[in-house]
Design a protein. Structure first.
Length: 323
């Protein structure tokens, strides 16, 4: 690990003024610093900031502070009752100990689990722009089939972000130039020729909170995660669905996938195929086909395409079971 300076911020203004690397739960950052993948000169502890609350939003939705721990969010009564998909996604991630430390902001910003990224013996365009991507012709079983470029095929590993994508979450940020907000779908960037730039955050900008919109009465949701073992494992493919059925027809649906994209992957194509149609397996399958239409398999990850389709179909079946 490289030497680094360490300070604690007590206010949001104070945190953004320090132009250092924020640490919240530390479960991503400290790991990567030990591996010399991340080498910040200055680390700013943000755990004392007053961003650890879940509150009702004026529009009936929910405002979630960036420092709310994953365990607290998963078990919050409003989240369990109204945003089930989010609770399920959080509880499918990591381990209880990690979830007790991991925060909402840190989870959104966790880095890829690509083994080449995490091992400094290998080149990696994300770590060192222009150095190359050994995953493209290497062992790429866990890599992306959607959104990849000739420079990077690393997946975004968050479960929580996939559920938040289907819930149409807004991300609120504060930097030295003031506050702004952006839809989570626009927050993450495609790797293109700059895979080192993963999201729209400016250097020193802090995520302060996220907001979930109110859901229409009768909305159902579900998160399904498929992985190599039942616990303590990242998704090979996952699906988050938020769906409203009226008279046997899909009135409104939001579909997002994890484990298959370079970012948590919302499929507006799948949503368009399904809205207005009968809520049945045949139409769910048509939506899943649309969701994976642009998928590009690499040598070892072609199985993810069918796996993700089945995840989407199964998640929709479960969510609409009693609708
Ligand atoms: C063994 C293991 C298994 C895991 N399994 C899963 C899994 O199955 N599913 C899953 O989704 N995740 C999994 N994770 C990842 C885990 O969820 C993340 O490490 C965690 O959510 C990160 O949150 P944190 O608060 O610890 O972030 P930190 O490590 O503190 O920060 C992560 C990054 O976010 C930045 N940051 C943090 N907060 C802010 C903020 N408010 N504003 C701006 N920048 C900020 C930091 O500078 C850093 O770059 C696993 C992790 C481990 C170690």
């Amino acid at each position: 690990m490289q030497p680094f300076g360490f300070t604690q911020a007590k206010t949001v203004d104070g945190a953004v003024a320090q132009s250092g690397r924020f640490v919240a739960g530390g479960t991503t950052l400290i790991d990567l610093m030990k591996l010399d993948v991340e080498t910040p000169r200055q680390v700013v502890d943000i755990n004392l900031l007053p961003l650890d609350r879940v509150e009702a939003a004026p529009d009936g939705g929910l405002k979630i502070g960036a420092l709310v721990r994953n365990s607290d969010l998963a078990n919050h009564p409003d989240v369990k009752a109204r945003y089930t998909v989010l609770s399920e996604a959080l509880l499918s991630g990591a381990s209880p100990q990690l979830r007790n430390m991991a925060t909402t902001g840190g989870n959104l910003l966790q880095r890829t689990r690509c083994y080449y990224f995490r091992d400094t013996n290998y080149a990696c365009n994300k770590r060192q722009p222009g150095s190359g991507c050994p995953a493209i012709d290497g062992f790429n079983r866990v890599h992306a089939v959607l959104g990849g470029s000739e420079n990077c095929v690393a997946t975004h590993p968050s479960d929580m972000a996939v559920a938040m994508m289907a819930l149409e979450t807004l991300v609120h940020m504060q930097g030295t130039k003031g506050e702004r907000q952006i839809a989570l779908d626009d927050f993450y960037l495609a790797p293109g020729s700059t895979p080192d730039k993963e999201n729209v955050l400016e250097p020193g900008e802090l995520i302060t909170y996220v907001t979930l919109p109110a859901l229409a009465a009768g909305t159902k949701s579900y998160y399904l995660k498929l992985r190599d073992r039942a616990q303590y494992e990242f998704a090979l493919a996952s699906a988050a669905v938020v769906v409203q059925v009226d008279g046997g027809r899909v009135k409104r649906v939001r579909i997002a996938m994890g484990g298959v994209g370079t970012k948590p992957w919302r499929s507006k194509e799948a949503e368009a195929v399904l809205e207005g149609k009968a809520a049945n397996e045949q139409n769910f399958r048509a939506a899943a086909e649309a969701a994976l239409r642009d998928a590009k398999p690499l040598r070892y990850n072609g199985f993810k395409i069918e796996l993700a389709k089945r995840a989407v179909v199964r998640a929709l079946m479960v969510a609409t079971q009693n609708a």
